[in-house]
Design a binder for this molecule. Structure first.
Ligand SMILES: [Zn+2]
Length: 411
């Protein structure tokens, strides 16, 4: 048995998106309809009815974890997502290159994004050359896109109960990190962050990249602002819970990160960009190939959510049609016999709202063990009439259940 979980980010919609219908209902998707007719549908509340989910918490829930128990904040998940070597217990921060000016010994923020500089990668090494060994801790810094990056602090006696060094405004000094609880670990972590701020500034101030930027009249990236401290949780990997080999195919960093945290191997796919331009046929081919070596393959497709956030109902509809034609078209050509498939979203992103909403998401299950229901098309209304009813999260445990993976609960 093999399992394939396909998540179309922000798939769900509202009738207000398209004059009485959702984008999924309005789109032509013959391949998904064929799967719906042969399989069964239901409605999934990503976290619980009425809870508006983030993509990270929704994915945890879909994978079978309780986000209310394990979620420690966006910082930790983004750090995983940019491919850093992060371990349970590490303290993670989101970081920005910023422009500061030294005034009376204080580092005053001139631009929180250093003019959205492009040279973050070139500054990375200088930041990582900063030493915090006198505190007995290690750290890792990684630049990502534009001015963005992430910092991971590793060592004994650290805490995520510290305030941001990002003052979230300009014309004021870089904020002093403060302990948010009365513990030695929180006090020590705040002290380390404040030392890091100063040492990073000293390492970046006269960096050739910044000298060059200054000579071109551009703002230098001479400081790092940190925010969103979060401790990396220790999750029991699905590979361990179910005794399976699992892989992830995704373009977006966050999804790769959550999958990695859940124990999946992230497979690189050329052309998987995590946006509307992604190569959907390449993703389908990669999924088919991965299904030969892995028991479970998780595929994440982001474009649906991007169009939803852009308020672009036509774009979301067109992207769903492309997913049907290119991804599922390719997949159905060579669909393995012993495959159980689940197609759903991680939440609803109606173009009419441009944000995630709490509405349940249609879910489709297909495979030899799935009892077919009477639904003939994949859509929100059809899912409301589906044989699987309405349930919260846990798409992955249900999918793996059809494959008979995992132990029995009880005697
Ligand atoms: Zn999402």
């Amino acid at each position: 048995m093999r399992a394939l979980l396909v998540i179309l980010d922000g798939l769900g919609g509202r009738p207000t998106d398209f004059g009485g219908a959702t984008c999924l209902e309005r789109a032509a998707h013959p391949n998904l309809d064929e799967l719906a007719a042969a399989g069964a549908l239901g409605l999934m509340d990503p976290i619980a009815p009425g809870v508006r989910p983030g993509s990270d918490t929704a994915h945890l829930s879909i994978f079978g974890y309780d986000p209310l128990q394990v979620y420690t904040g966006r910082g930790a998940f983004e750090v995983l997502g940019i491919g850093m070597d992060v371990r349970g217990g590490d303290i993670c921060f989101r970081a920005n290159f910023a422009t500061v000016e030294e005034r009376e010994g204080k580092l005053v923020v001139v631009d929180r994004r250093a003019g959205r500089l492009e040279e973050g990668k070139l500054l990375e090494e200088a930041v990582n050359a900063v030493s915090l060994r006198d505190f007995g801790v290690e750290f890792l810094f990684r630049a990502s896109t534009e001015h963005r990056g992430a910092l991971v602090l590793r060592g004994e006696g650290l805490s995520a109960a510290v305030s941001d060094t990002d003052p979230h405004e300009v014309g004021v000094p870089v904020a002093e990190a403060r302990p948010l609880e009365e513990t030695p670990a929180a006090r020590r972590t705040a002290q380390i962050l404040n030392a890091f701020t100063r040492r990073a500034y000293e390492a970046l101030r006269d960096h050739p990249v910044n000298k060059k930027r200054a000579s071109e009249g551009k703002l230098p990236g001479n400081a790092l602002l940190l925010r969103g401290a979060a401790i990396m949780p220790r999750l029991v990997p699905v590979t361990e819970t179910y005794g399976i080999r699992a892989a992830c195919i995704a373009g977006g960093a966050l999804y790769k990160g959550v999958a990695k945290l859940a124990g999946m191997e992230v497979l690189p796919v050329a052309g998987a960009t995590g946006d509307l331009k992604t190569d959907l046929r390449a993703k389908a081919r990669a999924a088919l190939e991965a299904l030969q070596a892995f028991d479970l393959v998780f595929v994440h497709i982001k474009g649906t959510d991007n169009a939803g956030h852009d308020g672009d109902a036509e774009g979301k509809k067109a992207f769903i049609e492309r997913v049907d034609r290119e991804f599922f078209g390719e997949l159905l050509l060579r669909l393995p016999q012993e495959l159980h498939l689940c197609v759903s979203g991680d939440h609803t992103t109606p173009p009419a709202v441009r944000e995630h909403t709490a509405d349940p998401v249609p879910a489709l299950f297909f495979g030899p063990a799935v009892r077919p229901d009477r639904t003939r098309t994949f859509g929100e209304r059809a899912a409301g009439e589906g044989g699987l009813g309405r349930f919260s999260g846990r798409l992955l445990p249900q999918l793996l259940g059809y494959c008979d993976f995992g132990g029995k609960f009880g005697a």
